[in-house]
Design a protein around this ligand. Structure first.
Ligand code: C2E
Ligand code: CA
Ligand code: CA
Length: 531
Protein backbone atom coordinates (compact mmCIF):
# COMPACT_ATOMS: atom_id res chain seq x y z
CA UNK A 1 0.00 0.00 0.00
CA UNK A 2 1.24 3.47 -0.82
CA UNK A 3 1.61 5.70 2.13
CA UNK A 4 2.62 9.32 2.27
CA UNK A 5 5.59 8.37 4.45
CA UNK A 6 6.83 5.70 2.05
CA UNK A 7 6.72 8.03 -0.96
CA UNK A 8 8.31 10.92 0.90
CA UNK A 9 10.93 8.54 2.28
CA UNK A 10 11.82 7.26 -1.19
CA UNK A 11 12.23 10.85 -2.43
CA UNK A 12 14.35 11.67 0.58
CA UNK A 13 16.48 8.56 0.01
CA UNK A 14 17.09 9.55 -3.61
CA UNK A 15 17.91 13.09 -2.55
CA UNK A 16 20.36 11.82 0.06
CA UNK A 17 22.05 9.60 -2.54
CA UNK A 18 22.35 12.48 -5.02
CA UNK A 19 23.74 14.82 -2.36
CA UNK A 20 26.20 12.18 -1.13
CA UNK A 21 27.37 11.64 -4.72
CA UNK A 22 27.79 15.39 -5.20
CA UNK A 23 29.78 15.60 -1.94
CA UNK A 24 31.94 12.64 -2.97
CA UNK A 25 32.49 14.11 -6.42
CA UNK A 26 33.59 17.46 -4.99
CA UNK A 27 35.78 15.70 -2.43
CA UNK A 28 37.58 13.69 -5.13
CA UNK A 29 37.70 16.69 -7.48
CA UNK A 30 39.28 18.84 -4.77
CA UNK A 31 41.93 16.21 -4.14
CA UNK A 32 42.63 15.87 -7.88
CA UNK A 33 42.75 19.63 -8.26
CA UNK A 34 45.05 20.04 -5.27
CA UNK A 35 47.25 17.21 -6.55
CA UNK A 36 47.57 18.79 -10.00
CA UNK A 37 48.24 22.27 -8.67
CA UNK A 38 50.79 20.95 -6.15
CA UNK A 39 52.50 18.92 -8.88
CA UNK A 40 52.63 21.95 -11.17
CA UNK A 41 53.98 24.04 -8.34
CA UNK A 42 56.70 21.44 -7.71
CA UNK A 43 57.55 21.44 -11.42
CA UNK A 44 57.73 25.19 -11.33
CA UNK A 45 59.94 25.19 -8.22
CA UNK A 46 62.40 22.71 -9.77
CA UNK A 47 62.47 24.66 -13.00
CA UNK A 48 62.99 27.94 -11.13
CA UNK A 49 65.74 26.36 -9.06
CA UNK A 50 67.71 25.07 -12.09
CA UNK A 51 67.08 28.29 -13.94
CA UNK A 52 68.41 30.31 -11.05
CA UNK A 53 71.50 28.07 -10.70
CA UNK A 54 72.32 28.29 -14.41
CA UNK A 55 71.70 32.03 -14.48
CA UNK A 56 73.88 32.66 -11.41
CA UNK A 57 76.74 30.60 -12.77
CA UNK A 58 76.52 32.32 -16.15
CA UNK A 59 76.66 35.71 -14.45
CA UNK A 60 79.76 34.65 -12.59
CA UNK A 61 81.42 33.34 -15.72
CA UNK A 62 80.81 36.35 -17.93
CA UNK A 63 83.43 38.58 -16.17
CA UNK A 64 85.89 35.71 -16.64
CA UNK A 65 85.33 35.86 -20.36
CA UNK A 66 86.05 39.58 -20.27
CA UNK A 67 89.22 38.95 -18.25
CA UNK A 68 90.29 36.22 -20.62
CA UNK A 69 89.70 38.46 -23.64
CA UNK A 70 91.82 41.09 -21.96
CA UNK A 71 94.66 38.63 -21.35
CA UNK A 72 94.69 36.72 -24.65
CA UNK A 73 96.83 39.27 -26.53
CA UNK A 74 99.26 39.35 -23.62
CA UNK A 75 100.22 35.64 -23.71
CA UNK A 76 103.99 35.54 -24.35
CA UNK A 77 104.65 38.77 -22.45
CA UNK A 78 107.38 38.14 -19.85
CA UNK A 79 105.93 37.17 -16.51
CA UNK A 80 107.61 39.95 -14.59
CA UNK A 81 105.82 42.50 -16.78
CA UNK A 82 102.44 40.89 -16.66
CA UNK A 83 102.31 39.36 -13.17
CA UNK A 84 101.00 42.45 -11.29
CA UNK A 85 98.14 42.70 -13.79
CA UNK A 86 97.40 38.98 -13.42
CA UNK A 87 97.32 39.25 -9.65
CA UNK A 88 95.13 42.31 -9.72
CA UNK A 89 92.68 40.65 -12.09
CA UNK A 90 92.52 37.45 -10.02
CA UNK A 91 91.95 39.48 -6.88
CA UNK A 92 89.20 41.54 -8.48
CA UNK A 93 87.39 38.41 -9.66
CA UNK A 94 86.33 36.93 -6.38
CA UNK A 95 85.50 33.51 -7.74
CA UNK A 96 88.83 33.02 -9.42
CA UNK A 97 91.48 31.00 -7.67
CA UNK A 98 94.25 31.63 -10.16
CA UNK A 99 94.97 32.88 -13.63
CA UNK A 100 97.83 31.32 -15.55
CA UNK A 101 99.46 32.07 -18.88
CA UNK A 102 100.76 29.15 -20.94
CA UNK A 103 103.28 29.46 -23.71
CA UNK A 104 104.18 26.48 -25.93
CA UNK A 105 102.70 23.99 -23.44
CA UNK A 106 104.44 25.48 -20.42
CA UNK A 107 102.79 27.38 -17.63
CA UNK A 108 105.16 30.28 -17.35
CA UNK A 109 103.25 32.82 -15.30
CA UNK A 110 100.66 32.35 -12.54
CA UNK A 111 98.72 34.98 -10.62
CA UNK A 112 99.55 33.20 -7.37
CA UNK A 113 103.12 31.98 -7.83
CA UNK A 114 104.45 34.49 -10.34
CA UNK A 115 107.04 33.12 -12.72
CA UNK A 116 106.89 29.31 -13.18
CA UNK A 117 108.08 26.71 -15.59
CA UNK A 118 105.74 23.72 -15.40
CA UNK A 119 104.51 21.72 -18.39
CA UNK A 120 100.80 22.26 -18.28
CA UNK A 121 99.95 18.61 -18.98
CA UNK A 122 101.65 17.71 -15.71
CA UNK A 123 99.05 19.70 -13.89
CA UNK A 124 96.15 18.90 -16.18
CA UNK A 125 96.70 15.98 -18.53
CA UNK A 126 93.92 17.14 -20.89
CA UNK A 127 95.70 20.43 -21.57
CA UNK A 128 96.77 22.02 -23.75
CA UNK A 129 94.15 21.59 -26.49
CA UNK A 130 93.48 23.60 -29.58
CA UNK A 131 89.85 24.39 -28.73
CA UNK A 132 88.50 26.44 -25.85
CA UNK A 133 87.18 24.14 -23.17
CA UNK A 134 85.82 24.16 -19.66
CA UNK A 135 86.48 21.24 -17.37
CA UNK A 136 85.91 20.17 -13.83
CA UNK A 137 88.93 18.77 -12.07
CA UNK A 138 90.73 18.79 -8.75
CA UNK A 139 93.37 21.19 -7.72
CA UNK A 140 96.87 19.71 -7.91
CA UNK A 141 98.88 22.69 -6.77
CA UNK A 142 97.67 24.95 -4.01
CA UNK A 143 94.64 23.33 -2.31
CA UNK A 144 95.23 19.71 -3.18
CA UNK A 145 92.21 17.67 -4.31
CA UNK A 146 89.74 20.51 -3.98
CA UNK A 147 87.38 20.85 -6.94
CA UNK A 148 88.09 23.56 -9.46
CA UNK A 149 86.56 24.63 -12.73
CA UNK A 150 89.11 25.31 -15.44
CA UNK A 151 88.43 27.65 -18.33
CA UNK A 152 91.02 27.08 -21.07
CA UNK A 153 91.29 29.51 -23.96
CA UNK A 154 93.98 28.79 -26.57
CA UNK A 155 95.51 31.74 -28.39
CA UNK A 156 97.00 29.93 -31.37
CA UNK A 157 95.72 27.36 -33.77
CA UNK A 158 98.12 24.69 -32.47
CA UNK A 159 96.53 25.17 -29.05
CA UNK A 160 99.78 25.03 -27.09
CA UNK A 161 99.57 28.58 -25.78
CA UNK A 162 96.68 30.20 -24.00
CA UNK A 163 95.02 31.51 -20.84
CA UNK A 164 93.89 29.18 -18.07
CA UNK A 165 91.53 30.49 -15.42
CA UNK A 166 90.83 28.27 -12.42
CA UNK A 167 87.53 28.99 -10.71
CA UNK A 168 86.98 28.27 -7.07
CA UNK A 169 83.94 26.17 -7.85
CA UNK A 170 83.72 24.58 -4.43
CA UNK A 171 82.77 27.91 -2.91
CA UNK A 172 80.23 28.48 -5.62
CA UNK A 173 78.78 25.03 -5.36
CA UNK A 174 78.18 25.52 -1.66
CA UNK A 175 76.00 28.45 -2.57
CA UNK A 176 74.37 27.22 -5.74
CA UNK A 177 74.15 23.51 -5.39
CA UNK A 178 72.49 23.47 -1.99
CA UNK A 179 69.56 20.99 -2.27
CA UNK A 180 66.03 21.97 -1.24
CA UNK A 181 64.74 18.96 0.60
CA UNK A 182 62.26 17.30 0.10
CA UNK A 183 61.74 18.56 -3.44
CA UNK A 184 65.42 18.51 -4.45
CA UNK A 185 67.63 16.00 -2.66
CA UNK A 186 70.82 16.49 -4.67
CA UNK A 187 72.21 19.01 -7.14
CA UNK A 188 75.16 18.60 -9.50
CA UNK A 189 77.09 20.64 -11.99
CA UNK A 190 78.19 18.70 -15.07
CA UNK A 191 80.94 19.97 -17.31
CA UNK A 192 82.54 18.00 -20.08
CA UNK A 193 81.74 14.52 -18.71
CA UNK A 194 82.65 15.31 -15.10
CA UNK A 195 80.21 16.06 -12.34
CA UNK A 196 80.49 18.12 -9.24
CA UNK A 197 78.02 16.85 -6.70
CA UNK A 198 77.41 18.76 -3.54
CA UNK A 199 79.14 16.89 -0.72
CA UNK A 200 80.78 14.34 -3.06
CA UNK A 201 83.35 16.36 -5.00
CA UNK A 202 84.10 15.77 -8.66
CA UNK A 203 82.98 12.36 -9.93
CA UNK A 204 83.01 10.66 -13.33
CA UNK A 205 79.38 9.68 -13.54
CA UNK A 206 76.25 10.76 -11.80
CA UNK A 207 74.96 8.28 -9.21
CA UNK A 208 72.23 5.98 -10.61
CA UNK A 209 68.68 7.00 -9.83
CA UNK A 210 66.97 4.99 -7.12
CA UNK A 211 63.28 5.62 -7.46
CA UNK A 212 64.00 9.27 -8.09
CA UNK A 213 63.59 11.72 -10.95
CA UNK A 214 66.28 13.90 -12.54
CA UNK A 215 65.73 17.30 -14.12
CA UNK A 216 68.50 19.04 -16.12
CA UNK A 217 69.06 22.49 -17.52
CA UNK A 218 71.95 23.33 -19.83
CA UNK A 219 73.39 26.78 -20.16
CA UNK A 220 73.04 28.40 -23.54
CA UNK A 221 76.19 30.49 -22.98
CA UNK A 222 78.61 27.98 -21.47
CA UNK A 223 79.02 24.22 -21.79
CA UNK A 224 77.65 23.21 -18.42
CA UNK A 225 74.50 21.56 -17.16
CA UNK A 226 72.79 21.76 -13.79
CA UNK A 227 71.07 18.51 -12.74
CA UNK A 228 68.78 18.08 -9.81
CA UNK A 229 67.29 14.88 -8.42
CA UNK A 230 64.37 14.39 -6.12
CA UNK A 231 61.31 12.23 -5.55
CA UNK A 232 59.60 13.86 -8.53
CA UNK A 233 56.87 16.48 -8.69
CA UNK A 234 54.04 13.92 -8.83
CA UNK A 235 55.27 11.67 -6.04
CA UNK A 236 55.86 14.59 -3.74
CA UNK A 237 52.41 16.00 -4.54
CA UNK A 238 50.95 12.58 -3.76
CA UNK A 239 52.81 12.46 -0.46
CA UNK A 240 51.37 15.85 0.42
CA UNK A 241 47.83 14.80 -0.44
CA UNK A 242 46.80 13.73 3.10
CA UNK A 243 47.36 17.31 4.23
CA UNK A 244 44.69 18.36 1.71
CA UNK A 245 42.09 16.00 3.19
CA UNK A 246 40.52 18.53 5.61
CA UNK A 247 39.99 21.03 2.79
CA UNK A 248 38.54 18.35 0.48
CA UNK A 249 36.28 17.11 3.25
CA UNK A 250 35.09 20.60 4.03
CA UNK A 251 34.34 21.43 0.39
CA UNK A 252 32.68 18.05 -0.11
CA UNK A 253 30.42 18.57 2.87
CA UNK A 254 29.65 22.13 1.86
CA UNK A 255 28.63 21.13 -1.66
CA UNK A 256 26.58 18.25 -0.22
CA UNK A 257 24.68 20.74 1.92
CA UNK A 258 24.24 23.14 -1.01
CA UNK A 259 23.00 20.24 -3.15
CA UNK A 260 20.56 19.33 -0.37
CA UNK A 261 19.01 22.79 -0.47
CA UNK A 262 19.21 23.05 -4.25
CA UNK A 263 17.35 19.76 -4.71
CA UNK A 264 14.64 20.69 -2.22
CA UNK A 265 12.19 21.60 -4.94
CA UNK A 266 13.58 19.58 -7.83
CA UNK A 267 13.77 16.21 -6.13
CA UNK A 268 10.54 16.28 -4.30
CA UNK A 269 7.10 14.91 -4.62
CA UNK A 270 5.80 18.40 -5.36
CA UNK A 271 7.96 18.53 -8.48
CA UNK A 272 6.46 15.18 -9.45
CA UNK A 273 2.97 16.69 -9.07
CA UNK A 274 3.97 19.63 -11.26
CA UNK A 275 5.34 17.26 -13.89
CA UNK A 276 2.10 15.29 -13.68
CA UNK A 277 0.01 18.41 -14.24
CA UNK A 278 2.10 19.51 -17.21
CA UNK A 279 2.08 16.00 -18.65
CA UNK A 280 -1.71 15.60 -18.18
CA UNK A 281 -1.14 12.50 -16.10
CA UNK A 282 -4.17 13.27 -13.93
CA UNK A 283 -7.52 11.89 -15.00
CA UNK A 284 -10.99 12.81 -13.86
CA UNK A 285 -13.15 10.08 -12.40
CA UNK A 286 -16.64 10.55 -11.13
CA UNK A 287 -18.82 8.67 -8.69
CA UNK A 288 -22.59 8.89 -9.01
CA UNK A 289 -24.78 10.23 -6.20
CA UNK A 290 -28.21 8.65 -5.96
CA UNK A 291 -31.49 9.77 -4.53
CA UNK A 292 -31.99 7.45 -1.57
CA UNK A 293 -35.66 6.80 -2.42
CA UNK A 294 -35.93 6.93 -6.19
CA UNK A 295 -32.31 5.69 -6.77
CA UNK A 296 -32.17 8.19 -9.53
CA UNK A 297 -28.71 9.60 -10.26
CA UNK A 298 -28.83 13.17 -9.00
CA UNK A 299 -25.21 14.07 -9.48
CA UNK A 300 -21.60 13.04 -9.36
CA UNK A 301 -18.56 13.69 -7.24
CA UNK A 302 -15.45 14.39 -9.27
CA UNK A 303 -12.47 12.44 -7.98
CA UNK A 304 -8.93 12.82 -9.23
CA UNK A 305 -6.88 9.86 -10.35
CA UNK A 306 -3.17 9.96 -11.05
CA UNK A 307 -1.34 7.49 -13.19
CA UNK A 308 2.28 8.44 -12.78
CA UNK A 309 4.36 6.74 -15.51
CA UNK A 310 7.34 6.63 -13.14
CA UNK A 311 5.52 5.22 -10.10
CA UNK A 312 2.22 3.79 -11.31
CA UNK A 313 -1.14 4.61 -9.73
CA UNK A 314 -0.89 7.04 -6.84
CA UNK A 315 -3.89 7.32 -4.57
CA UNK A 316 -5.44 10.76 -3.93
CA UNK A 317 -5.19 9.84 -0.25
CA UNK A 318 -1.41 10.17 -0.85
CA UNK A 319 -1.02 13.07 -3.24
CA UNK A 320 -3.83 15.35 -2.00
CA UNK A 321 -2.41 15.80 1.54
CA UNK A 322 1.10 16.36 0.10
CA UNK A 323 -0.27 18.82 -2.46
CA UNK A 324 -2.02 20.69 0.36
CA UNK A 325 1.16 20.74 2.40
CA UNK A 326 3.30 21.91 -0.52
CA UNK A 327 0.82 24.61 -1.65
CA UNK A 328 0.04 22.76 -4.85
CA UNK A 329 -3.61 22.12 -4.18
CA UNK A 330 -4.72 25.26 -6.05
CA UNK A 331 -3.20 24.19 -9.39
CA UNK A 332 -4.70 20.72 -8.90
CA UNK A 333 -8.16 22.13 -8.21
CA UNK A 334 -7.85 24.47 -11.21
CA UNK A 335 -7.01 21.42 -13.30
CA UNK A 336 -10.13 19.61 -12.01
CA UNK A 337 -12.41 22.62 -12.61
CA UNK A 338 -10.99 23.20 -16.05
CA UNK A 339 -11.24 19.57 -17.12
CA UNK A 340 -14.75 19.16 -15.67
CA UNK A 341 -15.86 22.28 -17.50
CA UNK A 342 -14.34 20.99 -20.72
CA UNK A 343 -16.17 17.66 -20.41
CA UNK A 344 -19.49 19.03 -19.13
CA UNK A 345 -21.36 17.60 -22.12
CA UNK A 346 -20.85 14.12 -20.62
CA UNK A 347 -23.27 14.99 -17.79
CA UNK A 348 -27.05 15.58 -18.02
CA UNK A 349 -27.84 19.15 -19.04
CA UNK A 350 -30.03 19.61 -16.00
CA UNK A 351 -29.90 22.43 -13.40
CA UNK A 352 -30.74 19.88 -10.68
CA UNK A 353 -27.79 17.67 -11.59
CA UNK A 354 -25.05 18.17 -8.98
CA UNK A 355 -21.43 18.24 -9.86
CA UNK A 356 -19.40 17.97 -6.67
CA UNK A 357 -15.79 19.01 -6.57
CA UNK A 358 -13.45 18.69 -3.65
CA UNK A 359 -11.59 21.80 -2.57
CA UNK A 360 -9.11 22.47 0.17
CA UNK A 361 -9.95 25.26 2.61
CA UNK A 362 -6.40 26.60 2.12
CA UNK A 363 -7.41 27.41 -1.47
CA UNK A 364 -10.03 29.81 -0.12
CA UNK A 365 -7.28 32.14 1.11
CA UNK A 366 -6.94 35.53 -0.62
CA UNK A 367 -10.05 34.76 -2.66
CA UNK A 368 -8.08 32.40 -4.86
CA UNK A 369 -10.73 29.69 -5.19
CA UNK A 370 -13.39 32.32 -5.80
CA UNK A 371 -11.32 33.88 -8.59
CA UNK A 372 -10.54 30.52 -10.14
CA UNK A 373 -14.17 29.37 -10.08
CA UNK A 374 -15.40 32.70 -11.42
CA UNK A 375 -12.99 32.52 -14.28
CA UNK A 376 -13.14 28.81 -15.06
CA UNK A 377 -16.71 27.94 -14.09
CA UNK A 378 -19.24 30.71 -13.41
CA UNK A 379 -18.15 32.84 -16.37
CA UNK A 380 -18.94 29.87 -18.65
CA UNK A 381 -22.50 29.67 -17.26
CA UNK A 382 -22.87 25.91 -16.98
CA UNK A 383 -26.35 24.48 -16.50
CA UNK A 384 -25.47 21.98 -13.79
CA UNK A 385 -25.36 22.77 -10.08
CA UNK A 386 -21.87 23.14 -8.68
CA UNK A 387 -21.21 21.76 -5.21
CA UNK A 388 -17.95 22.54 -3.46
CA UNK A 389 -16.98 19.88 -0.94
CA UNK A 390 -14.75 21.29 1.78
CA UNK A 391 -12.88 18.96 4.08
CA UNK A 392 -12.52 20.15 7.61
CA UNK A 393 -8.83 19.59 8.18
CA UNK A 394 -7.98 22.83 9.97
CA UNK A 395 -9.89 25.46 11.83
CA UNK A 396 -11.58 27.84 9.42
CA UNK A 397 -10.57 31.51 9.44
CA UNK A 398 -13.21 34.23 9.29
CA UNK A 399 -11.93 35.52 5.94
CA UNK A 400 -12.25 32.01 4.52
CA UNK A 401 -15.80 31.79 5.80
CA UNK A 402 -16.52 35.10 4.03
CA UNK A 403 -15.18 33.58 0.81
CA UNK A 404 -17.49 30.60 1.22
CA UNK A 405 -20.48 32.93 1.52
CA UNK A 406 -19.33 34.71 -1.60
CA UNK A 407 -19.15 31.37 -3.40
CA UNK A 408 -22.69 30.58 -2.38
CA UNK A 409 -23.80 33.99 -3.58
CA UNK A 410 -22.32 33.07 -6.97
CA UNK A 411 -24.49 29.96 -7.09
CA UNK A 412 -22.37 27.15 -5.65
CA UNK A 413 -23.67 24.83 -2.98
CA UNK A 414 -21.36 24.15 -0.04
CA UNK A 415 -20.90 20.68 1.36
CA UNK A 416 -18.88 19.81 4.43
CA UNK A 417 -16.96 16.69 3.52
CA UNK A 418 -16.09 13.88 5.94
CA UNK A 419 -18.30 15.54 8.50
CA UNK A 420 -17.60 14.30 12.02
CA UNK A 421 -14.03 13.16 11.41
CA UNK A 422 -12.31 16.50 12.08
CA UNK A 423 -12.30 18.51 15.23
CA UNK A 424 -14.03 21.69 14.23
CA UNK A 425 -17.30 20.32 12.90
CA UNK A 426 -19.60 22.37 15.01
CA UNK A 427 -17.80 25.65 14.53
CA UNK A 428 -17.88 25.00 10.78
CA UNK A 429 -21.62 24.49 10.91
CA UNK A 430 -22.00 27.76 12.69
CA UNK A 431 -19.68 29.73 10.43
CA UNK A 432 -20.63 28.33 7.05
CA UNK A 433 -24.29 27.36 7.19
CA UNK A 434 -23.52 24.62 4.68
CA UNK A 435 -26.11 23.29 2.24
CA UNK A 436 -24.95 19.70 2.54
CA UNK A 437 -23.29 17.49 5.15
CA UNK A 438 -21.40 14.50 3.77
CA UNK A 439 -21.33 11.63 6.21
CA UNK A 440 -17.89 10.06 5.97
CA UNK A 441 -17.57 6.45 4.81
CA UNK A 442 -16.13 5.49 8.19
CA UNK A 443 -19.49 6.28 9.79
CA UNK A 444 -21.44 4.59 7.01
CA UNK A 445 -19.29 1.51 7.45
CA UNK A 446 -20.05 1.49 11.17
CA UNK A 447 -23.77 1.05 10.64
CA UNK A 448 -24.86 -2.19 12.28
CA UNK A 449 -21.34 -3.11 13.41
CA UNK A 450 -19.75 -0.42 15.57
CA UNK A 451 -22.01 0.84 18.37
CA UNK A 452 -20.08 4.04 19.11
CA UNK A 453 -19.66 5.20 15.53
CA UNK A 454 -23.19 4.31 14.51
CA UNK A 455 -24.37 6.50 17.36
CA UNK A 456 -22.27 9.33 15.87
CA UNK A 457 -23.94 8.61 12.50
CA UNK A 458 -27.35 8.95 14.14
CA UNK A 459 -26.28 12.20 15.76
CA UNK A 460 -25.01 13.66 12.48
CA UNK A 461 -28.26 12.70 10.79
CA UNK A 462 -30.27 14.25 13.64
CA UNK A 463 -28.17 17.41 13.44
CA UNK A 464 -28.66 17.70 9.70
CA UNK A 465 -32.40 17.25 9.99
CA UNK A 466 -32.63 19.72 12.83
CA UNK A 467 -30.66 22.38 10.96
CA UNK A 468 -32.40 21.54 7.72
CA UNK A 469 -29.15 20.63 5.98
CA UNK A 470 -29.22 18.07 3.19
CA UNK A 471 -27.46 14.81 4.05
CA UNK A 472 -25.30 12.74 1.73
CA UNK A 473 -23.82 9.44 2.91
CA UNK A 474 -20.67 8.27 1.19
CA UNK A 475 -19.13 4.80 1.18
CA UNK A 476 -22.43 2.93 1.00
CA UNK A 477 -21.44 -0.65 0.33
CA UNK A 478 -24.29 -2.80 1.58
CA UNK A 479 -28.03 -2.83 1.15
CA UNK A 480 -28.31 -2.86 4.91
CA UNK A 481 -26.49 0.47 5.11
CA UNK A 482 -28.58 1.93 2.27
CA UNK A 483 -31.78 0.77 3.89
CA UNK A 484 -30.85 2.19 7.28
CA UNK A 485 -29.73 5.55 5.89
CA UNK A 486 -32.88 5.87 3.80
CA UNK A 487 -35.00 5.10 6.83
CA UNK A 488 -33.16 7.70 8.88
CA UNK A 489 -33.93 10.30 6.26
CA UNK A 490 -30.61 10.64 4.43
CA UNK A 491 -31.60 11.96 1.02
CA UNK A 492 -28.57 11.07 -1.09
CA UNK A 493 -26.33 8.01 -1.18
CA UNK A 494 -22.94 7.37 -2.76
CA UNK A 495 -20.90 4.20 -2.70
CA UNK A 496 -19.68 1.03 -4.35
CA UNK A 497 -23.14 -0.48 -3.86
CA UNK A 498 -24.37 1.74 -6.68
CA UNK A 499 -21.22 2.55 -8.59
CA UNK A 500 -17.51 2.79 -8.01
CA UNK A 501 -15.73 5.88 -9.27
CA UNK A 502 -15.37 5.66 -13.08
CA UNK A 503 -13.59 7.70 -15.75
CA UNK A 504 -15.91 10.61 -16.61
CA UNK A 505 -15.97 9.52 -20.24
CA UNK A 506 -17.64 6.24 -19.12
CA UNK A 507 -20.36 8.06 -17.21
CA UNK A 508 -22.85 8.49 -20.11
CA UNK A 509 -22.72 4.74 -20.82
CA UNK A 510 -23.21 3.96 -17.14
CA UNK A 511 -26.15 6.35 -16.94
CA UNK A 512 -27.72 4.96 -20.12
CA UNK A 513 -27.27 1.40 -18.86
CA UNK A 514 -29.31 2.09 -15.77
CA UNK A 515 -32.68 1.42 -17.32
CA UNK A 516 -33.89 0.37 -13.93
CA UNK A 517 -32.44 1.26 -10.55
CA UNK A 518 -29.92 -1.32 -9.32
CA UNK A 519 -31.38 -3.89 -7.00
CA UNK A 520 -30.23 -4.09 -3.43
CA UNK A 521 -30.22 -7.89 -3.50
CA UNK A 522 -26.65 -8.30 -2.41
CA UNK A 523 -25.62 -7.70 1.09
CA UNK A 524 -21.96 -8.19 0.48
CA UNK A 525 -19.28 -5.60 -0.29
CA UNK A 526 -18.92 -4.48 -3.85
CA UNK A 527 -15.42 -4.23 -5.20
CA UNK A 528 -14.32 -0.94 -6.79
CA UNK A 529 -13.89 -0.97 -10.56
CA UNK A 530 -10.80 1.19 -10.59
CA UNK A 531 -7.96 1.98 -8.27
P1 C2E B 1 -13.60 11.88 -0.25
O1 C2E B 1 -13.94 13.24 -0.76
O2 C2E B 1 -14.15 11.49 1.05
O3 C2E B 1 -13.97 10.91 -1.41
C1 C2E B 1 -14.59 9.70 -1.22
C2 C2E B 1 -13.63 8.60 -1.27
O4 C2E B 1 -14.27 7.39 -0.94
C3 C2E B 1 -13.06 8.39 -2.68
O5 C2E B 1 -11.75 7.95 -2.51
C4 C2E B 1 -13.91 7.25 -3.20
O6 C2E B 1 -13.26 6.49 -4.19
C5 C2E B 1 -14.10 6.45 -1.96
N1 C2E B 1 -15.29 5.65 -2.03
C6 C2E B 1 -16.41 5.85 -2.77
N2 C2E B 1 -17.33 4.91 -2.53
C7 C2E B 1 -16.79 4.06 -1.62
C8 C2E B 1 -17.23 2.90 -0.99
O7 C2E B 1 -18.34 2.39 -1.19
N3 C2E B 1 -16.39 2.30 -0.10
C9 C2E B 1 -15.19 2.80 0.17
N4 C2E B 1 -14.39 2.17 1.05
N5 C2E B 1 -14.70 3.93 -0.43
C10 C2E B 1 -15.51 4.54 -1.31
P2 C2E B 1 -10.64 8.53 -3.38
O8 C2E B 1 -11.11 8.79 -4.75
O9 C2E B 1 -9.47 7.65 -3.18
O10 C2E B 1 -10.38 9.92 -2.76
C11 C2E B 1 -9.85 10.01 -1.51
C12 C2E B 1 -9.89 11.43 -1.05
O11 C2E B 1 -9.04 12.23 -1.86
C13 C2E B 1 -11.22 12.07 -1.21
O12 C2E B 1 -12.01 11.71 -0.15
C14 C2E B 1 -10.89 13.53 -1.24
O13 C2E B 1 -10.71 14.01 0.08
C15 C2E B 1 -9.57 13.53 -1.92
N6 C2E B 1 -9.76 13.89 -3.32
C16 C2E B 1 -10.02 13.11 -4.38
N7 C2E B 1 -10.10 13.87 -5.50
C17 C2E B 1 -9.88 15.16 -5.12
C18 C2E B 1 -9.86 16.42 -5.80
O14 C2E B 1 -10.07 16.54 -7.01
N8 C2E B 1 -9.56 17.54 -5.05
C19 C2E B 1 -9.35 17.46 -3.71
N9 C2E B 1 -9.10 18.59 -3.05
N10 C2E B 1 -9.41 16.30 -3.03
C20 C2E B 1 -9.67 15.17 -3.73
CA1 CA C 1 -15.46 14.50 -1.25
CA1 CA D 1 -14.81 10.76 2.96
Amino acid sequence: MQTVQRIIKSYRRRRVIVCALVALFVFVLTLIFRFISERNLNHHRVSAFTHHAVYTLERLMLPLVAARNELMPLVGTPCNDIHPQLRELAASLQTVRSIALIRSGTLYCSSIFGQRDVPIHQLHPDLPVSVPIMMLTTDQSLLKNRPILIMWSPTQDDGRSGVMIAVNIELLSNLMLEPQVPLITSVSLSVHGKHLVEGKGVIDSLPPLANEKRYQRTSTLFPFTISVTGPGASRLALQHLPSQLPLALMLGLLSGVIAWFATASRMSFSREINLGLNGHEFELFCQPLLNAHSRECVGVEILLRWFNPRQGWISPEVFIPIAEEQHLIAPLTRYVVNETQRQLSLFPNDPDFHIGMNAAPSHLRHGELLNDLTQLWFNKHPTQQLTIELTERDALQDVEAAMVHELRRKGAKIAIDDFGTGNSSLSWLEKLHPDILKIDKSFTGAIGTDAVNSTVTDMIIALGKRLNIELVAEGVETTQQAHYLRQQGVQTLQGYLFAAPMPVKDFPAWLAGRTSPPSERHNEHVAPLMP
